[in-house]
Design a protein around this ligand. Structure first.
Ligand code: HXC
Length: 527
């Protein structure tokens, strides 16, 4: 019995029992999506079906499906009698680890998960509910894009989804899992969301390889153009998953750090006690030679609860590290320079990566901890031509505009504009601590002495020895946290081993932080 049959038979004088039986039959049929052959094809491609994906994501027996009976009203191109169970997308709500989310999973077994008017309407209505209920919205994308037969109705559907992505932005977290094709303008919905998780084998691009071949003459595979590796490197995607199961595990872990909406605090996993500990290993963790690189991630892991740090956007601008962790059970957003990659310098991509993350944390009341070891902004013609001034300014803007608690810990170098950009006190850091290894100056000693002692070095009998002596003097004057502390730009100088204690107490003290700003429509972040 098709959906059409049921619609017409609803007028016949049936008993309620018969009607209930017809309902069950039809529901069962719609739940089969594109049917066994297409489901088998989906499995052969190494993919789960939309329903299986939802089953993995949502807590047992909590999924409430909505709009199962939606039906297209397209009559062009022989579509009038075409059955498209569920309109190629499954929508509804349910719990993830006991907290409500709304979800839309595109069903590739039905017309390639293509987006028509009613498909889009199901997604939009689900998003409207997510907004009203203050619950995260998750999409699982697996679609051939706009349903070609529906023309402008399909395009309009996408427009309505984009519009809602923007309405939801900063109100509820939005996470997109890309589990199949996501091409053309369709890619802009995930791009408007907060996090993109790409499953290996999936592809995202605005213009596919075939069109590129014709239009620009470039030869490239879909994977090279828009596979997960390519889109992490471009900064579009945030996580790569080996398969659907892993993508859903990443999504759940991410949700565990996030509040359901911007009026709530992130979930508190603590027991009300501060877990303060001293960690002597930190006292020897960074090299004595300020030019020697080290990995900042083990430092972060030693400082957060259970060493549990969820790095975001690994593979994009790895000279900066961002991610989520907990301290005393409460979520924090971590930002750090990575001295192991390009000495932790800030470039265009690192600035974009940090600025966006800071804005996300601020929107969702997640306190920020910034670990600083930065030699400056990256010099170079390519960086200047690429607009490092504009991109670096995004970081300054994001930190200055953020009213969430902001704690900065200077580990080693903090030079020049990058010292400020990494949430210096003057950009509104509530608390700033420095390790004794800190060097805070307008620029590094080598560059500085070449400018301020140029003549003396030139005239010295032994210029190299003179330069070395000036470097020593400069270091002695500036390369310590004490000048900053004497100006109250640093509130505490702490041994590295005392850092967890500092962070626990500082976060506890900032829990009641309130900061008010002038009313305005919005600031003009330098995009
Ligand atoms: C209608 C579509 C469709 C679409 C796929 N199908 N995409 N139907 N509109 N956009 C249908 C197919 O006709 C087929 O139906 C079924 O879905 C499965 O597709 P296959 O081609 O058999 O699957 P596969 O070989 O895996 O290839 C998947 C695909 C390919 C790469 C996605 O289908 C494809 O290239 N589709 C068109 C992609 C596209 O150009 N979309 C428009 C992009 S522009 P049957 O019944 O035959 O099995 C766009 C603009 C959005 O999206 C703008 C927003 C602002």
């Amino acid at each position: 019995m098709t959906q059409r049959d049921t619609e017409s038979s609803a007028a016949a004088p049936l008993t309620l029992r018969a009607r209930i039986e017809a309902l069950r039959q039809q529901r069962h049929q719609l739940e089969q999506g594109g049917g066994p052959d297409r489901i088998a094809r989906q499995h052969q491609a190494g993919k789960l079906t939309a329903r299986e994906r939802i089953h993995l994501l949502i807590d047992h027996d909590t999924f409430q499906e909505l709009y199962l009976f939606a039906r297209h009203r397209c009559t062009a191109f022989g579509m009038a009698d075409k059955e498209m169970p569920g309109e190629g997308v499954i929508t509804g709500c349910g719990s993830v680890d006991g907290r409500q989310v709304f979800v839309a999973a595109q069903d590739f077994t039905v017309a390639g998960g293509s987006v028509g008017e009613m498909h889009a309407d199901k997604i939009c209505q689900t998003m409207d509910l997510a907004l009203k209920c203050g619950s995260p919205f998750i999409t699982i994308n697996d679609s051939g894009g706009a349903r070609i037969q529906e023309g402008i109705d399909a395009l309009s559907g996408y427009g309505r989804i984009f519009y809602r992505n923007v309405l939801l932005s900063g109100v509820v977290p939005q996470i997109a899992i890309i589990a199949g094709p996501c091409a053309g303008g369709a890619a802009y919905s995930p791009a408007l969301m907060d996090f993109i998780i790409m499953v290996r084998g999936s592809e995202m691009f605005i213009t596919g390889p075939e069109v590129l071949k014709q239009v620009t003459g470039e030869h490239v595979t879909g994977e090279e153009l828009g596979g997960p590796e390519a889109q992490v490197r471009s900064g579009v995607a945030h996580f790569i998953a080996e398969n659907d199961q892993e993508a859903i595990a990443i999504c759940k872990r991410l949700l565990s750090f996030l509040p359901s909406n911007n009026l709530e605090d992130p979930p508190d996993r603590g027991d009300g006690e501060l877990r303060i500990f001293s960690d002597p290993a930190l006292d020897t963790i960074i090299p004595d030679d300020p030019r020697e690189p080290y990995d900042v991630i083990p430092i972060i892991k030693r400082l957060v609860d259970d060493g549990d740090f969820m790095e975001v956007q690994r593979g994009f601008a790895d000279n900066a590290v961002i991610g989520f962790a907990r301290i005393d059970g409460n979520t924090v957003g971590i930002v750090a320079n990575q001295p192991m990659v390009m000495a932790g310098v800030l470039d265009i991509d690192a600035s974009d990566k940090i600025a966006r993350f800071v804005r996300f944390c601020n929107a969702f009341n997640i306190p920020l901890i910034t670990f600083v070891d930065v030699p400056g902004f990256l010099p170079g013609v390519a960086q200047e031509r690429g607009g490092i001034i504009r991109h670096g300014a995004k970081m300054l803007f994001a930190y200055s505009a953020a009213t969430t608690p902001k704690i900065t810990v200077i580990l080693r170098k903090a030079y020049g504009g990058a010292y400020l950009a990494m949430c210096g006190k003057d950009l509104g850091a509530d608390r700033v601590a420095a390790w004794p290894s800190s060097e805070i100056a307008v620029m590094g000693p080598e560059g500085a002495v070449n400018i301020i002692y140029r003549e003396q070095i030139k005239q010295a009998a032994d210029p190299a020895a003179a330069r070395a002596e000036f470097v020593r003097l400069y270091r002695a004057e500036f390369a310590s946290p004490y000048v900053g502390a004497s100006r109250n730009l640093i509130d505490s100088i702490i041994a590295p081993s005392e850092t967890r204690r500092y962070l626990s107490l500082a976060l506890a003290s900032l829990r009641t932080k309130r900061e008010f700003r002038p009313q305005k429509k919005h600031g003009l972040v330098p995009l």
